[in-house]
Ligand binder design. Structure first.
Ligand SMILES: Cc1cc2nc3c(=O)[nH]c(=O)nc-3n(C[C@H](O)[C@H](O)[C@H](O)COP(=O)(O)OP(=O)(O)OC[C@H]3O[C@@H](n4cnc5c(N)ncnc54)[C@H](O)[C@@H]3O)c2cc1C
Ligand code: SF4
Length: 289
């Protein structure tokens, strides 16, 4: 709004709705209310012990002051930091559908290498969302037609030919909570973020990963990337390559390649492919060790 990208006639303050609790679910997971502050979620003992990648992702985002104010619902719905989207004097299909995408031929060093379209190559900026994608979370929303649950990996969209829509949330729906399932491998998880400076900066590439290794063999794995796509990118091909394999750098590299083989980098962001491979391999080595 400050940049003039959004010019609403009416603002509704949702921060005082009663969605600020983190509760245990009957299924053994956690329900995170939409109004829970990023700082409070990162500090929650259950989150730190059982889903450390989520706590680390939150602490890797923004600054202390921002995390004290930012909410779970708002963090998921923050919009891209693509420079053209934020500059209302420039064309941008996401802000003004049909006007074009100057980023494709212009400044796209920080933008997507996977899942993009000719209409938009933006990335999703949230760190928290990358961990939630890895952990099989779901988003609970409510609207005039009642409540529904959306698998987290389906909540954010790829741009296709309608990049103006970031998520599948309808205009009349409100996020009420995010559910985390009980996940036995989640305690052995971590979040690694590469950025241009140590704080207050969005990811060039990030990885949320969880690994279950028994007698040197990967029994189960969860991997998601940030900074690569229009949505948090769940790396199913990498997970598939990891399961049942001997834990080690060779296998981890093959798993990274299995995912990144579908990357289509642009003129100036091919470095992200190598960076994503390196970050994933180092993260898995750390978790396996
Ligand atoms: C300088 C700067 C650096 C940042 N760096 C990072 C970073 O590195 N990593 C990162 O992950 N984030 C980063 N952020 C984002 C920040 O962490 C906040 O998450 C983000 O600004 C959203 O804040 P908010 O919760 O106040 O949401 P708002 O800005 O209030 O809301 C965002 C959107 O969500 C909608 N919304 C909010 N709650 C709901 C709900 N319950 N249901 C439906 N719609 C809802 C609002 O209407 C609005 O459209 C940064 C922000 C700034 C300003
Ligand atoms: S990448 Fe997307 S957000 Fe950026 S200019 Fe192109 S259409 Fe707009």
């Amino acid at each position: 709004m400050r940049l003039g990208v959004e010019t609403p006639d009416l603002l509704v303050d949702v921060t005082r709705l009663p969605y600020e609790r983190i509760e245990a679910t009957e299924a053994g997971g956690l329900r995170i209310g939409a109004a829970v502050r990023n700082s409070d979620l990162a500090a929650d003992r259950r989150v730190r012990a059982r889903y450390p990648a989520l706590a680390e992702a939150l602490l890797a985002g923004a600054s202390g002051q921002l995390r004290n104010v930012a909410t779970t619902g708002g963090n998921l719905l923050q919009r891209t930091r693509c420079a053209y989207f934020q500059d209302v004097t420039k064309p941008c299909n996401k802000r003004d559908p049909g006007s074009g995408c100057p980023a494709r031929e212009g400044e796209h060093r920080n933008l997507a290498i996977i899942g993009h379209s000719e209409h938009c190559v933006a990335t999703h900026p949230s760190d928290m969302a990358v961990a939630l994608a890895a952990f099989d979370a779901s988003v609970r929303v409510v609207g005039p037609r009642g409540e529904r649950e959306i698998p987290f990996v389906e909540f954010h969209r790829l741009p296709g030919d309608t990049p103006q829509y970031d998520t599948v949330l309808e205009r009349d729906e409100l996020i009420v909570a995010v559910d985390l399932p009980a996940l036995t491998l989640a305690p052995n998880s971590t979040y690694r973020k590469v950025r241009e400076r140590a704080s207050f900066s969005f990811a060039l590439v990030s990885v949320a990963a969880a690994l279950d290794v028994v007698d040197g063999e990967v029994r189960d794995a969860r991997v998601a990337f940030g900074g690569l796509a229009h949505k948090p990118w769940r790396a199913y091909a990498a997970e598939e390559a990891l399961r049942g394999s001997a834990a080690g750098e060779d296998v981890f590299t093959r798993a990274a390649d299995a995912e990144l083989m579908r990357a289509e980098s642009l003129r100036d962001n091919g470095y992200k492919v190598e960076l994503a491979r390196t970050v994933l391999v180092r993260t898995l080595v750390e978790l396996a060790g």
